[in-house]
Design a protein around this ligand. Structure first.
Ligand code: AMP
Ligand code: MG
Length: 556
């Protein structure tokens, strides 16, 4: 309870809110020549550049209350103040701002494309919040930088909404992610050829206020390594270790290997979360891979509806390089590129060590994914046959087109008495679809038997010899049952930002009606809890038929 006279830790206006006087990034080389064109830049990590403010008719589309209060120490009322919208629009820079754009490179679709950099984002400064956490505050869509090349430096409203909702949703779904605090739109027109088919259209410019401890990517190190800027590569790597990997000593001669190993494992832990929630990033280029193991740069992503390992979220990804089931492999490949980037900092024996680590990553990732799926079906530890149990379930889902999110949630909601194949599954629309598979009854028997083993009702080494084995009375394991359901309900969300929900919200937002965007953001703050209003609107029902034909392009 707040004591009388004690001031709230939450700031009520921008005059009270200020950046850290010394952003740590000023310790890194920053190019101060504002007119420098990108191709001439070398030996720098940032370029100093101010945002180009949005001008016409700025308004707030939505704000994340959680990011505001728990990251930025801002009173939620701040979102209603004009100055908050002006801040995001790049028109009002808070005290202490030192805007920079970050220089990085990347492999896109498997090919080295050289230097990229923040073409339309500005890191404004660092904010140290009341918990002592240091956050880099970034605007995306805030105008051209020296890295913009021919592009306009802007972001369209639809992509800004998708980024805002998805990164907040990921956070609440338990997927490590960069965050977003707010989004503004203007009447400034920008032109995009959405499907790259020669039919450009006018859209409106928007800016997202993004938050992350840092915005470094695999490509941040790759660019320095590729161009032989080894002193800066070492400087940036040491900086990252010092600021973001406190368990690694700067005096440790194996520090780069340790950093690599931590990044690699964190990144694969992240991939396991993606797979477990059907999240398909859509554009896993190395410039979109965070060095902190966070999901970043949300573009043509998708949470799969009807399960399909071949699901490609990005309609520009013709070969399906970034399909859902390929994410683990492609991320391991990306980690290989990070390893290459660090090689100039390693002795030959350290390089051998690095290649040993690389060889273990596939297995590490596979095990993490299995662990995730076991949790989803309520099992704590792997036992013999579990991998096949999960594989069989996914096969049946793939073959019947059962919905990914709903299947696991509905499985979590099953009562033990319902775990018989003859049960009517009218309300459990996704399980109903799954139950059309010839192996469903057999799988359900095996699953129930496995749960009984977990509960201790059956000896561990007993196993189902035949489909249709009689059920063991599970009533004695009521406590286990409650715990299993609780665990499954907290591992399997009711709601994810499905493309059709985003699409409907965007259609309205393009007509200046932001209610659906705000409601979606609110529901996704508690994605594991049933929300009566969301239920009325069909958020966890079978998606409408048109949803399955939606296409998401990477034009943004
Ligand atoms: P992305 O596909 O959003 O990860 O962007 C790839 C690269 O293109 C990054 O360097 C971006 O900063 C840059 N980029 C994308 N769109 C724009 C734009 N409208 N203006 C300037 N740079 C852009
Ligand atoms: Mg990007």
């Amino acid at each position: 309870m707040k004591m009388e006279g004690e001031s709230s830790p939450l700031k009520r206006n921008l005059t009270e809110w200020r950046f850290s006087q010394y952003p740590k990034y000023i310790l890194l080389p920053i190019d101060e020549n504002h007119d420098q064109i990108r191709s001439n830049i070398k030996n720098v990590v940032f370029s100093e550049v101010t945002p180009r403010p949005l001008e016409r008719n700025i308004r707030l589309v939505c704000a994340s209350q959680d990011a505001l209060t728990n990251i930025l120490d801002m009173d939620p009322d701040m979102a209603n103040r004009e100055e908050f919208a002006e801040f995001i629009a790049g028109r009002k820079l808070p005290y202490g701002a030192l805007p920079v754009a970050h220089r990085y490179g990347g492999h896109q679709y498997g090919l080295w494309v050289g230097q990229l950099g923040d073409g339309r984002s500005h890191i404004l400064g660092e904010y140290v919040n009341r918990r002592g956490e240091r956050w880099q505050i970034q605007l995306k869509g805030s105008g051209q930088t020296p890295y913009a090349r021919v592009h306009d430096g802007r972001a369209v409203l639809r992509s800004a909404i998708r980024e805002m909702i998805a990164c907040e949703a990921c956070h609440f779904l338990g997927i490590p992610s960069t965050r977003a605090a707010g989004l503004v739109v203007s009447d400034e027109a920008i032109v995009r050829d959405v499907y790259y088919n020669g039919c450009p259209r006018r859209e409106r410019a928007a800016v997202v206020l993004r938050l992350s401890p840092n915005w470094f990517r695999f490509g941040s190190l790759e660019i320095l390594s590729r161009t032989g800027e080894i002193a800066v590569l070492r400087q940036l790597s040491d900086f990252i270790i010092k600021e973001y990997f406190p368990d690694i000593q700067l005096s440790d001669e194996n520090r780069f290997i340790r950093m690599f190993s931590e990044i690699a494992h964190k990144t694969l832990d992240l991939v396991a979360k993606w797979q477990g929630l059907g999240f398909t990033h859509g554009l896993l280029n190395t410039d979109n891979m965070s060095l902190l193991g966070l999901t970043m740069d949300f573009g043509p992503f998708g949470f799969v509806d009807s399960y399909d390992g071949g699901f490609v979220a990005n309609c520009s990804d013709g070969e399906g390089r970034y399909a859902l089931a390929k994410q683990p492999d492609v991320v391991v490949w990306n980690i290989g590129q990070l390893a290459n980037a660090l090689k100039p900092l390693l002795t030959s024996s350290q390089q051998v060590h690095m290649s040993h680590i690389l060889k273990t990553l596939d297995t590490y990732c596979k095990n993490k994914i299995l662990e995730t799926f076991l949790m989803k079906i309520g099992l704590k530890e792997e036992r013999w046959g579990d991998e096949q149990l999960v594989e069989k379930l996914l096969d049946m889902m793939q073959q019947t087109g059962a919905d990914f999110t709903a299947t696991f949630r509905q499985l979590a909601e099953l009562e033990p008495s319902e775990m018989v194949s003859e049960i009517k599954l009218e309300e459990k629309w996704s399980l109903k679809r799954l139950s059309s598979h010839a192996s469903w009854g057999c799988w359900l028997d095996q699953y129930r038997e496995r749960l009984d083993k977990e509960a201790g009702v059956l000896p561990v080494n007993s196993r189902v010899v035949d489909c249709g084995v009689t059920a063991v009375d599970a009533s004695s394991s009521g406590l286990f049952e409650d715990e299993r359901r609780r665990r499954m309900l907290s591992a399997n969300p009711v709601y994810v930002p499905r493309n059709w929900l985003l699409h409907e919200a965007i259609v309205d937002a393009e007509q200046d009606d932001y209610q659906k965007v705000r409601f979606l953001l609110e529901v996704l703050r508690n994605p594991f809890e049933v929300n009566p209003e969301a239920e009325k609107r069909g958020f966890s029902a079978q998606p409408p038929q048109w949803a399955y034909a939606l296409k998401v392009s990477c034009s943004s």
